[in-house]
Design a binder for this molecule. Structure first.
Ligand code: NAD
Ligand code: DAU
Length: 337
């Protein structure tokens, strides 16, 4: 099988490429990535010389780049490429529209033209808006109600995928996942930011009181979900990917503090994120019932493994936490209590 993975130099894309090359030695992967601040070829150092792997630098929103990456054609396009960080979308939405909407459209056009046989759109539970308690759940039928420029842009891409299926029968599958965690996550998201700050003896910025909750999935479990969808999913279908592992931010914060032997004085309650969604909770019953997937990683074990990875890979994250990056946080959060 020949797979075009977009955004493969990012967090989950790189984890997926490694997973596929290890599990399916005869599959070929082309990685099309623009190498934005979040794209990092170091994430793929261990597999870059694998003869089944090719890297193409390019933009999913440019037809010529997509055509160059697809070459003679592919069996499937898996679209991981996105601007993915909510806070950045609040500060500067434009790149989110370009990549998450226009980029998705450009890939759909390539599939519609027959340059790939199908497409899997990697999307988020954030398109559904928010739930107010851990017992409410988003199903595949829940209406989109996005809150941030990020989630509105992802919703735009997903709606376009749905429209291409209905209008042209372009074979596309959309997935809505809960929050990822694991190795190689850029240290701007909650877990890697807090772990790396604490490893540097710095404070950790909890937005508001930290009662908001998220649902968490370990990298390996998400890779296995996409594997199931790739091999058994049906065109035109939507699959939620969730674990029912729902945790308030403050619970995760305390787990990390405790694991690293730090006390709560490291917590700094900073200004809340504008338009902050209170909770996300995904109903994964369709994926479990129809495709036989289920999550396998216990959250505490996965989180401990993740923290250990950041402890052992300081050289990977230290250079990402540049002066500019620190200033970004100081300016937008730490100073706005
Ligand atoms: P990430 O930010 O770590 O990586 C994104 C990658 O896309 C980077 O390598 C970047 O260089 C690349 N990219 C950005 N714009 C591009 C463009 N125009 N053309 C080509 N490449 C481009 O992202 P992630 O956290 O690994 O998320 C991957 C996907 O999963 C995204 O689509 C995101 O919306 C979705 N998602 C993420 C989460 C999560 O918790 N991180 C949860 C659910 C869904
Ligand atoms: O739900 C899936 C989404 O999860 C993905 O679509 C996004 O790409 C991904 O970034 C993630 O979005 P979140 O906004 O949930 O992730 P983030 O790590 O930014 O924040 C998680 C929670 O932690 C959220 O309630 C905000 C809070 N938070 C975050 C940061 C960065 C803090 O309290 N302090 C922080 O410094």
């Amino acid at each position: 099988m020949k797979i075009l993975v977009t955004g493969g130099a990012g967090f989950m894309g790189s984890n997926f490429i490694r997973y596929v090359l290890n599990k399916y030695p005869d599959y070929k992967i082309i990685n099309l990535d623009k190498l934005t601040y979040a794209g990092n070829l170091e994430n793929l150092r261990d597999i870059e010389n694998n003869p089944n792997y090719t890297f193409v630098k390019g933009d999913i929103a440019k037809t010529e780049d997509v055509d160059r990456a697809l070459g003679e054609g592919a069996d499937v396009v898996i679209n991981y490429a996105a601007e993915s960080h909510v806070d950045r979308s609040i500060l500067s939405p434009r790149a989110f529209l370009d990549t998450d909407i226009f980029g998705t459209y450009t890939l759909l056009e390539a599939v519609r033209a027959g340059k790939a046989k199908k497409m899997i759109q990697i999307s988020t539970d954030e398109v559904f808006g928010m739930v107010h308690n851990v017992n409410e759940e988003f199903t595949e039928e829940t209406k989109f109600d996005p809150s941030s420029p990020y989630s509105a842009s992802k919703a735009g891409g997903d709606l376009m995928a749905n429209a291409y299926w209905r209008t042209y029968k372009t074979p596309v599958i959309v997935t809505h996942s809960c929050n990822f965690y694991g190795a190689y996550q850029y240290p701007e998201k909650l877990i890697p930011l807090f772990v790396t700050n604490l490893l540097e003896n710095k404070k950790i910025p909890v937005y508001g009181e930290g009662n908001q909750f998220r649902e968490w999935i370990f990298t390996e479990d998400h890779c296995r979900a996409i594997d199931a969808i790739l091999h058994k999913g049906e065109a035109g279908e939507v699959y939620n990917i969730g674990t029912r592992n729902r945790k308030a931010n403050i619970e995760i914060t305390k787990f990390i503090l405790n694991y690293l032997g730090k006390d709560e004085s490291y917590i700094e309650h900073v200004a809340d994120r504008p338009g902050h969604d209170f909770g996300y909770a995904v109903n994964p019953d369709k994926l479990i019932g129809k495709l036989g997937w289920k999550p396998e990683t216990n959250f505490e074990d996965g989180l401990a493994e993740t923290i250990e990875w950041y402890k052992n890979n300081e050289s990977w994250w230290k250079k990402l936490k540049s002066k500019e990056y620190q200033e970004y946080y100081e300016k937008n959060y730490a100073s706005k209590k």
